[in-house]
Write a protein that binds this ligand. Structure first.
Ligand SMILES: Cc1cc2nc3c(=O)[nH]c(=O)nc-3n(C[C@H](O)[C@H](O)[C@H](O)COP(=O)(O)OP(=O)(O)OC[C@H]3O[C@@H](n4cnc5c(N)ncnc54)[C@H](O)[C@@H]3O)c2cc1C
Length: 458
């Protein structure tokens, strides 16, 4: 009989924790998991999934407009926020059920409770006060929205958590932030007919992405009617008797809104988790420090996902959880390679990107060939919509290796997934050139750009 109640205790039933628990259990480990809110975690309950459903909902207005160019007459349109929320809630409840059942099916013991670390091998379940012991503990508690502590009237501001469940759709919204969540929500609100402003203190939205893509998506967002204000931020929010809000900015302007949504980054969820007591090292923002195998400074405690602040995406958390479980319980050691991660931004238009931005590529290779094409997708020849698609390939001129591909336009995220495989395989520009085009598609542009639009020689 083992000296511990469990071989593994997982704190957090989100993307990383659930994957780790299930894989460890299938390797024969006795596994317990604690979740303080709802199984599925941020991604399923208040992240990727509801966000994408909202993006779909918000695109119909343009679809109806575009249809007219193809001969359709679309009758009177109406939109019910209530109906959307209720359909979204139903879907999330269905998914949460699947997460629970999959854990139960692999004999993972579920605890619907907040859990805190008591020591290197013990965890306290706050719902009952029970302390359980485990040979290994996995921290997979994710992250939560940042709040601006200095903002006067900050209590009147909502985050993405609340935006998914607003009682009514606001008429005017200001989204604060310039990261992917801010940009995506600005598109959602705007598409649903809300008067939308995006307020960002930086000089251009989507810091960290390729600059051509950043500029292009901001311009397209503006064409769709979103007011993008860069280089400024709120210093004070005032709530009026009728519930409306005035946001005063650092540059002295005022913006009126019915809701102000802050999306200024996310913070690891490590406050009051007992990590200091157990000796787990964290960085300045509370992210748990781990090695390549996700092990913390305490040998029996591991951490995966957003709480480690490596690459804060669902598929990465899942990978990290899987690698941990295979390594520790399956006698199959492996680590996650974080160097090449294809990703999408569900802005409108959508972005898909894999590999290095031009700015980052330049830091690695002095000689680059840049292939760039900006064009009107075929659909918009008849729809009449003034919307461009952008494709950009960054090639190391010395080796011919493709270092990055960046796309703005319909289904860019889907394309990024496939391009991710080619870049993982080390594709060269010659490989792209050898590939016969699929016609008529937008993606054929990727294999038909022959002449660089720019040659950079360091
Ligand atoms: C609005 C939004 C949109 C997003 N869109 C995308 C996207 O399109 N694509 C993408 O890849 N990623 C997206 N993400 C990011 C993605 O959701 C996260 O990277 C992912 O969920 C991280 O998984 P995780 O396992 O680390 O943490 P989480 O999924 O956050 O799970 C952590 C879980 O731990 C629970 N918990 C916390 N503390 C405790 C405790 N002490 N005891 C018990 N339980 C606890 C929480 O309730 C939560 O369920 C989005 C995030 C947000 C907020």
């Amino acid at each position: 009989m083992s000296e511990f109640n469990y071989d593994l205790f997982v704190i957090g039933g989100g993307s990383g924790g659930v994957r780790a628990a299930r894989i460890a259990a299938t390797h024969g480990a006795r596994v317990g998991i604690a979740e303080e809110f709802r199984y599925g975690g941020t991604c399923v309950i208040r992240g990727c999934v509801p966000k994408k459903l909202f993006v779909y909902a918000s695109k119909f207005a343009e679809e109806f407009e575009d249809a007219e160019g193809f001969g359709w007459s679309v009758g009177e349109r109406g939109f019910s926020w209530e109906k959307l929320i209720s359909a979204k809630d139903q879907e999330i409840t269905r998914l949460e059920g699947i997460y629970r059942r999959n854990l139960e099916r692999t004999n993972v013991e579920l605890h619907d409770s907040r859990a805190v670390v008591e020591g290197p091998n013990s965890v306290r379940l706050l719902s009952t006060g029970q302390v359980v012991s485990a040979k290994y503990i996995l921290i997979a508690v994710g992250a939560s929205p940042n709040v601006d502590e200095d903002l006067i009237g900050g209590e009147h501001v909502i985050t993405s958590n609340e935006a998914f469940n607003l009682a009514e759709l606001p008429q005017r919204v200001v989204v604060v932030g310039g990261g992917y969540i801010a940009v995506e929500f600005a598109g959602i609100f705007n598409g649903l007919g809300v008067d939308t402003t995006l307020l960002y203190r930086g000089e251009e939205v989507l810091r960290g992405f390729d600059m051509d893509l950043r500029t292009a998506v901001r311009q397209e967002m503006e064409k769709k009617g979103i007011k993008v204000v860069c280089g400024d931020t709120f210093t004070e929010i005032v709530k009026h008797d009728d519930g409306s809000l005035t946001g005063k900015t650092a540059k002295g302007t005022s913006l009126q809104a019915d809701q102000i949504m802050s999306a200024i980054g996310r913070r690891p969820h490590t406050v009051d988790l007992g990590l200091e007591k157990a000796g787990v090292e964290m960085d300045r923002i509370g992210a748990i420090k781990v090695d390549a195998g996700s092990r913390t400074s305490v040998p029996s405690i591991y951490a995966v996902g957003d709480v480690t602040n490596r690459a804060n995406l669902t598929p990465v958390a899942i990978r990290e959880g899987h690698a941990f479980a295979d390594t520790v319980f399956g006698n199959k050691p492996w680590t996650v390679d974080h160097s090449l991660i294809a990703t999408a931004v569900f802005s409108q238009p959508e972005l898909g990107t894999v590999g290095l931005s031009q700015e980052d590529a330049l830091k690695r290779s002095p000689n680059l060939d840049i292939y760039k094409s900006s064009f009107r997708p075929m659909r918009h020849t008849l729809s009449g919509r003034d919307e461009k698609m952008l494709m950009k390939i960054i090639v190391d001129a010395d080796t011919d290796k493709v270092l990055g591909v960046h796309i703005m336009g319909p289904d860019a995220g889907e394309l990024a997934q496939v391009l991710g495989i080619t870049l993982e395989m080390g594709a060269t520009k010659a490989d792209f050139d050898r590939t016969i085009a699929v016609h008529p598609t937008a993606a054929e542009e990727l294999v038909t750009m022959r002449e660089p639009s720019e040659r950079i020689r360091g």
